[in-house]
Structures are given as C-alpha cells and as structure tokens.
Design a protein. Structure first.
Length: 452
C-alpha cells in the first residue's frame, strides 16, 4: 500500500502543512507556568484532531494534561501498538537569536522553522497522520493502536509518572514505538534500541555566613571555590574511572560482538571537525562507542561561586555549588547511584565546610530492547523501503526518563525511530524540520502498521 500512502500524502499536503502549522503555533512550554493556558489549549486541540479514533480523552495529571486515544477494533488476535510522544516543547531562550518568531512557523529554503518542529510535534504529528490515513484508505486499522501524548517530556515527565500506575490497562500493549529520535545521517534511517538512564545532583559548600573581603580575610578563610574544585577533582582517577564506591558494581559489560550490531560512533577526527572537541575524556581503554553508549558517566554540568561578571570583585564567596549528572546503563538504579555519589561528596569534602547535597527527583533507569524483536524488524524494514537504504541499529547515550516506566507499565517492547538530524537545532534557536523527512516519517509509521 505504499503507493496509496504516497498518493494520500500528496493529495492532502497543503492541508497537512496548514494543520501542522496550527499545532506549532501553540506556545506549549511545559517548564514555564506562564504557558499553562497554551499547554491546555494545545492538548485540547490534539484531542480534537484525534477525534475519529473510537476513544479519546484528556487525562489530568499533577502537571500538564495527557492526551490519550485508542482504536482497538482489530480484536484480541491482533497485536497492540502504543505510540508515545509529547506536545510540550523547550523554552525559546535566547529569543534574540531566532531569525523568525519561534511560534510562528516560517518556511525558508525548504525548512520549516519553529520551536517543536522536530522535537517532538513534527514527529508525533506524522505518526498520528499515518494512523488517520490508514483509516481513510482501508476503512480500518490492521492492528490495535493507542496513543499516549504527554505534556511534560521536556520538564521531567513527572505528571505522567505520577498517574502511570493507574493507567496499566490503558497503556497495555505488545509494542511501544517512540518517534522522538533521529536518523543516522541525512541519507540513512535508524532505529534506536536503547537509552541510558539518568540521575542528577547539586552539591553546595558553605564556608562563611556572608561573602568576605579577599584582602581582609584572604589567607585566613578557606575559599569555598577552592574547596569545591578540590572535591570535584577527586571524583575521577587518573584512568578516567569514577571513584565513587559501588559506582560500577551493577554494570554489565557489553562484548565486542554485540557492539558490532550497532552503528559505530564518529571518529575523534569527526568530533573535532564537527563539534570542535579539543580533548577527549572517558575511561582509558574504552572505545568511543563504549564511552558514549554502554558505560556510565559522571559529568559536571555547572559550577558557580563568587563573582563572574565584568571586571573584578575581590570577594571570598560564602557558597560554591556544582550541578552533576550521571548517565546510567542497564541494571544501575538511579536512586542507589545518587546515594553513593552523595556519600562520596559528604565524606571527601574539606572538614569544617558545610556540605549540602540534593538529589533531584525524576531519575531514570536505562532501557535496552532486543535487536530482533518484531517491532524492531518492522520499523527497520519500513524505513528501508521508504529511504532505499539499509537501516542502522543504534543506541542512544541520552535519556528519555519516562520510557523505562512506560515499558514496565505497558509490558511492551520499545523501539525508537525518527527523522531528526543533528543540525535541526533541537533545543536551540531556529529549530527546524522539512516536509521531505516529515513524509518519510509518515510513510515509515504507516508501513510499520501494515508489517505488524
């Protein structure tokens, strides 16, 4: 039916573009309470758009609403596919770097520029369209289909996480498809079969009740900035391994034969050329692929203390703080790792300094799917038909915290897919997508429905 889907898309292309632009115009920034009304309006619009499904509803959460839809008329003998996505987007700062208003979709040189164009409004929208097209062309869906589209993926998915234990029946499925990923490169499709987990912490050292004059108290008071950088330097050994007790206890080694099934990482030269990386870290003796996909990490995301504005301000700061995140691999428990890192920081900090460690809520387990699950094979085959090129299997070093929870709640095998590219400016000013890749995503999902 690929020709029928292509013809349907071509016939409705202008309508699709207009409706996609409507979706993009909602300023659905979940992290900022100022956009609460826009979030609600976007969810209601999406529910109406899914109105031809046999059941749709808005499910309230402690945060922003969840949009749910299902069409399960294929019967119990047919598999059930759950498609997950999100309608919320990242903040738009810095606004002055946008070349056009972020919530007024603008076409330039073949690209559609808008916040959420690719992450994830564009990708969840083509998945919805594929299902609607299948219903119009065939009169029915070949499998049972459910959509779970949340409004807080960009701000920890806390709302969905809280209500998910009550939604086991709704989200129960054989397969879970996540169209929130990217291609291997501009010509090569990919499926993603795993993500790392995540836990975040903040450590604050306090050395005095107020900032001190560095002339009067310099040489007397121990500087919290100095104490902090000395503490942070203890987190790794000379081989690049994290020194936190127990950090690697639950890590399973991934052998070279298994790694060969997945796409290799860029070379160091490619990283230098494309991203200007000046020096490389990680554990000595590990390949770049292992380091970016299969090994846990501990990274410093921010360090602050004292004065960092223009010119000088001669103070010894009262406080110094750092933000830390750990990317985790299968079998590692984010809560356990958080406690281990906290214990290390408390134990290793300079005696006398007040130490406060906060473990952020919303930590995530890693997930890993089978290489040859029926869904993985179906999506790979569909994308190969659409793109005319072999599909690459890949692992993601990043994290989507809600996926492991959805896998557990639904009992489904998860596969990520998508047609985003590194230069789409995801999370940055001038985010973009194009209708060519949008159509590829549409065709891939439509064909996947047939193959399952």
């Amino acid at each position: 039916m690929m020709d029928a889907f292509r013809a349907w898309f071509s016939k409705h292309k202008e309508q699709i573009r207009a409706e996609f632009f409507q979706f993009l115009r909602f300023a659905s920034i979940s992290a900022d309470p100022a956009y609460k009304t826009q979030m609600r309006q976007c969810a209601e619009w999406l529910q109406r758009y899914l109105g031809t499904f046999s059941h749709t509803e808005i499910i309230e959460t402690p945060g922003h609403p969840l949009v749910y839809a299902e069409e399960c008329s294929a019967g119990p003998s047919k598999p059930t596919l759950l498609i997950y996505g999100h309608y919320d987007v990242q903040p738009i700062d810095p606004v002055e770097l946008w070349h056009s208003p972020p919530f007024e979709p603008t076409e330039r040189e073949g690209f559609i520029y808008a916040r959420g164009a690719v992450d994830d409004k564009g990708q969840i929208f083509y998945a919805v369209l594929a299902a609607l097209a299948m219903k119009q062309i065939s009169g029915k869906l070949p499998i049972n289909l459910k959509f779970c589209i949340e409004g807080e993926e960009e701000s920890s998915s806390m709302g969905l996480s809280r209500v998910l234990p009550k939604l086991h029946k709704k989200v129960a499925a054989d397969y879970l498809l996540i169209p929130d990923f990217g291609q291997y490169d501009a010509a090569t499709p990919a499926i993603t079969l795993g993500c790392r987990g995540l836990v975040g912490l903040e450590v604050t050292l306090t050395g005095s009740s107020a900032d001190l004059h560095s002339g009067t108290y310099g040489g007397i008071a121990y500087n919290p900035n100095r104490a902090l950088v000395e503490l942070l330097a203890k987190l790794w050994d000379s081989e690049g391994r994290v020194r936190v007790d127990g950090f690697y206890d639950d890590v399973e080694e991934v052998d070279a034969a298994t790694l060969k099934n997945f796409a290799a990482s860029n070379s160091k030269e490619q990283y230098r050329k494309e991203f200007g990386i000046a020096a490389f870290g990680g554990e000595k003796g590990r390949t770049l692929q292992e380091a970016s996909e299969c090994r846990p990490t501990l990274e410093l995301n921010g360090i602050c203390g004292g004065y960092c504005g223009a010119g000088l301000k001669t103070v010894i700061p009262a406080h110094a703080k750092a933000k830390i995140t750990c990317r985790l691999v299968p079998n590692q428990d984010p809560a356990k790792i958080g406690r281990q890192v906290e214990a290390f920081l408390q134990k290793q900090a300079l005696a006398g300094m007040q130490v406060k460690v906060e473990i952020y809520p919303g930590g995530a387990f890693a997930f890993r799917s089978h290489l040859r699950s029926k869904l993985a094979q179906a999506v790979a085959s569909a994308s190969e038909e659409v793109c005319g090129k072999a599909c690459v299997r890949q692992l993601s070093g990043g994290s989507i915290p809600i996926i492991p929870e959805l896998v557990k709640a639904s009992g489904a095998e998860a596969v990520g897919m998508g047609y985003g590219l590194l230069d789409d400016a995801i999370h940055s000013p001038n985010e973009r997508f194009d209708m060519i890749r949008f159509e590829k995503g549409f065709l891939t999902v439509a064909r996947t429905l047939e193959l399952l």
